[in-house]
Design a protein around this ligand. Structure first.
Ligand code: HPA
Ligand code: ZN
Length: 318
């Protein structure tokens, strides 16, 4: 198995249907689905928002530190089988705070497992607090201050949720504050939103990496810049197909992105919702798009080089 770094992963998006039912039972929560089949029947998405509605609704079962820890352990166990040796994991604190789950519960639940992930699963990890772009910047700033005050073990911040209508510039002060605090910065851009959002994320927010970024292909000048600056783009093929950002896998722009020299990697985004983990993404790329072994090696190397892992760890994995 090719060693890869997973750079675009929402831990809440690893909540598998079986675990949703198990946690609902443990926490005495009644789900609006009679059984697994009824839940699985909801995994037909028409766009990003249709997915986000289910993704946020299913979080209701995450109540205790143990719930967050169990979800994190399940991801790491599965990711290890996929060849993941380093993972940078996003957590959406606001999605839990708004349900009355304290920050310390979600952060500690995930972070307690990540603290020993290298020894337990062979996966070095770091945690990224992602902010919901459809909420206000004030809300994000308040949560960031709270994270800093509690010395949460976060390496950086990200920006996710409903993209269109919530341009990166809305969060200029948030990203400036994070930069001042020494945090790494990434943002989703160019998934459903226009190429101009990618430019804004780079120039206004100062991000080091773009999550998705596939719509850069509509702007040749931007592509040229991204190639020149070696900007990492964390592409998620199965996610793009399932959220209909692309028509089908055969029409995915990844081969074209590789061909023009963009620094792309392959990631699973929300694997429990989109039909697979990193290995499944690679398998689809190989079978549908005829991606060669050489391309796969290059994609894996891109992921490791584009990570925030220590130089020693990168050398070990390359
Ligand atoms: N895009 C935006 N927000 C998200 C995603 C995504 O792919 N997954 C979880 N939150
Ligand atoms: Zn994402």
């Amino acid at each position: 198995m090719l060693p890869v770094a997973e750079l675009h992963l929402h831990i809440e998006g690893t909540l598998e249907p079986e675990l949703i039912f198990a946690l609902a039972e443990r926490n005495g929560i009644s789900l609006p689905y009679a059984d697994l089949d009824e839940l699985r029947a909801r995994y037909e998405f028409t766009d990003l928002q249709s997915f986000l509605d289910l993704y946020y609704a299913n979080m209701a079962v995450l109540q205790t530190e143990q719930d967050f820890a169990d979800m994190t352990r399940a991801y790491l166990a599965r990711a290890a089988l996929a060849g993941v040796r380093h993972a940078e994991i996003m957590l959406d604190p606001q999605a839990h705070l708004s349900r009355g789950v304290p920050l310390v519960t979600c952060v500690n639940g995930v972070a307690s497992v990540l603290a020993t992930s290298e020894g337990d699963y062979g996966i070095s990890t770091l945690l990224i607090a992602a902010f919901l772009r459809d909420q206000s910047e004030e809300s994000a700033l308040a949560v960031l201050e709270e994270l800093l005050a509690m010395q949460a073990p976060i390496a950086g911040i990200g920006l996710d949720s409903a993209e269109v209508g919530n341009p990166p510039a809305k969060f200029e002060r948030l990203f400036a504050r994070a930069g001042d605090a020494g945090l790494r910065r990434i943002a989703h851009a160019g998934e459903e939103g226009p190429p101009s959002y990618i430019i804004e994320a780079l120039d206004v927010l100062g991000v080091e990496r773009i999550d998705h970024g596939i719509r850069c292909m509509e702007d040749p000048e931007l592509v040229e810049r991204l190639v020149e600056e070696l900007t990492p783009l964390t592409v998620c093929p199965l996610s793009n197909v399932r959220l209909r950002a692309v028509d089908d896998m055969a029409g995915h722009p990844l081969p074209a992105m590789l061909a023009v020299g963009l620094n792309v990697s392959v990631n699973s985004d929300d694997p429990a919702y989109f039909g697979g983990y990193v290995d499944d993404n690679f398998a689809q790329l190989a079978s549908v798009l005829g991606l060669s072994e050489f391309d796969c090696v290059r994609l894996a190397a891109n992921s490791i080089r584009s990570s925030f892992a220590s130089e020693e760890r990168k050398t070990e994995l390359l």
